[in-house]
Design a protein around this ligand. Structure first.
Ligand code: NCD
Ligand code: ZN
Ligand code: ZN
Length: 355
């Protein structure tokens, strides 16, 4: 990575790194897909694409068809490889794992606790019912990606990730020591500590918004639906633990935006959807975090090395350059007949992508 400026590293103005990948993104489908995929493809060479469409992507054949729709939506000349995932259900068969492994296009299987988040209604009620599938994943070395929250209504929503660690993740890692597991979009100090203490088969993604915002951002002068995501933003001390983990240089933490577009009317509603759109400025937002932590020299590891190393894929060849130059984010982005409100709408981002 090259980070320099007219007066040396203290005045960094330009940042060049190996092209990064996004290890957790929602590209959706149809008109929204066509609108959002260029934002991701402009920055990232590859992305792990979440399967929570409606209906969800449960079979390898569905994933291959979805992959073709993503490729068809790319701007002419764009080079971007969607890494597909399957949506785990209690009826997923071990044979699907064998097919996924053979496909070369499906790179992981995603666990959602039933009802935990967007389009999770058909997901898993009791993870133990999936143990035969997990055994096949362990055998075929196909990673399991976790939305790590319990849905038990008696557990406070801010505690659902921490409770998941003890109730589900600990027994899971003990039952399948060879299974590679990614705890997605972590939000708490407990998760950082759990992942750090765990085996090398356990890693975590961290979003830009959980690195930038704490839960005060949900109620800043009024209710802020565009800061509502799952798992919820947490207290400032948790955010500090996430920043420390992302900038630590540990191979266990890597970039996953969880960019999750929803039409504005679905966010600004009496029962609004969870999800924050960040793909329009994803790498630039992470650069702000790493600069603030005086760790710009670690961004490449987090964004471009740790993910492929964990997934056992080659690191990318090309480079990407950012300059320290503020630009104004649009207040809305039109997507088909709908409108998205991106993170930082109408405000500045400190780093700009050089095409
Ligand atoms: C995601 C979505 O909208 O699909 N929302 C979110 O708040 N993160 C689902 C998810 O990743 O849990
Ligand atoms: Zn999730
Ligand atoms: Zn997600």
């Amino acid at each position: 990575m090259v980070a320099d400026g007219p007066r040396g590293p203290a005045q960094t103005k330009r940042l060049t790194l190996i092209r990064p990948d996004d290890w957790h993104v929602h590209l959706r489908d149809g008109a929204i897909l066509a609108q959002v995929v260029p934002d991701t493809a402009r920055r990232f060479a590859r992305a792990i694409v979440m399967p929570n469409l409606d209906p969800p992507v449960c079979r390898v054949a569905d994933a291959l068809a979805y992959r073709a729709r993503i490729l068809a939506a790319l701007p002419a000349g764009a080079r971007f490889e969607p890494l597909m995932t399957l949506y785990l259900t209690e009826t997923t068969q071990a044979s699907e794992v064998v097919q996924a492994h053979a496909s070369g296009a499906v790179r992981a299987i995603k666990y959602y606790p039933a009802g935990a988040t967007t389009n999770a209604a058909h997901a898993v009620r009791d993870l133990r019912r999936c143990y035969p599938v997990l055994a096949a994943m362990e055998r075929y070395d196909l990673p399991l990606l976790l939305h790590g929250e319990v849905t038990d209504p008696s557990v406070d929503v801010f505690d659902r990730e921490a409770v998941f660690l003890e109730r589900h993740l600990l027994p899971l890692t003990q039952a399948f020591p060879g299974l590679r597991v990614v705890l997605e979009h972590i939000t708490t100090r407990a998760s950082v500590e759990f992942v750090n203490a765990g085996p090398s088969t356990l890693a975590a993604t961290i979003t830009a918004h959980h690195l930038l915002l704490d839960r005060n951002a949900l109620f800043d002068g009024g209710l802020r639906p565009h800061h509502y995501c799952l798992p919820l933003l947490k207290r400032a001390d948790h955010r500090a633990a996430l920043v420390a983990a992302a900038t630590s240089g540990s191979p266990k933490f890597f970039l996953g935006t969880d960019s999750a577009p929803h039409p504005r009317h679905a966010k600004e509603s009496s029962c609004g959807c969870a999800g924050i759109y960040t793909a329009h400025a994803a790498l630039e937002l992470y650069a702000e975090v790493f600069e603030e932590a005086h760790a710009l020299d670690r961004l490449e590891k987090f964004a471009s090395y740790n993910g492929p190393d964990f997934y056992r894929l080659p690191r990318n060849q090309g480079h990407i350059t950012l300059v320290k130059e503020p630009w104004r984010v649009a207040s809305t982005i039109s997507a088909g007949g709908d409108v998205l409100v991106p993170l930082r709408a109408g405000e500045d981002v400190g780093w700009r992508l050089v095409e």
